[in-house]
Write a new protein. Structure first.
Ligand SMILES: [Zn+2]
Length: 64
């Protein structure tokens, strides 16, 4: 099973990058890496964002 989350669907106006993972934990780790590398988050601001929006992100995760 592969989990995926699309950046645009998660709220970014332009980025269409899709992140993947075999588990939610792996997916969120990849999303964090992408957020830090591409969207200018720091470890701290990312963790803050995720703690506020985790339920929202979970609803957007697709499984295939
Ligand atoms: Zn992105």
């Amino acid at each position: 099973m592969t989990l995926s989350l699309n950046c645009k669907e998660a709220g970014d106006p332009v980025c269409t990058h899709t992140m993947y993972g075999n588990t939610e934990e792996e997916l969120l780790a990849n999303a964090k890496k992408h957020g830090i590398e591409v969207h200018g988050y720091t470890e701290e601001t990312w963790n803050e964002e995720v703690s506020k929006n985790l339920d929202h992100f979970r609803k957007l995760i697709k499984t295939s």
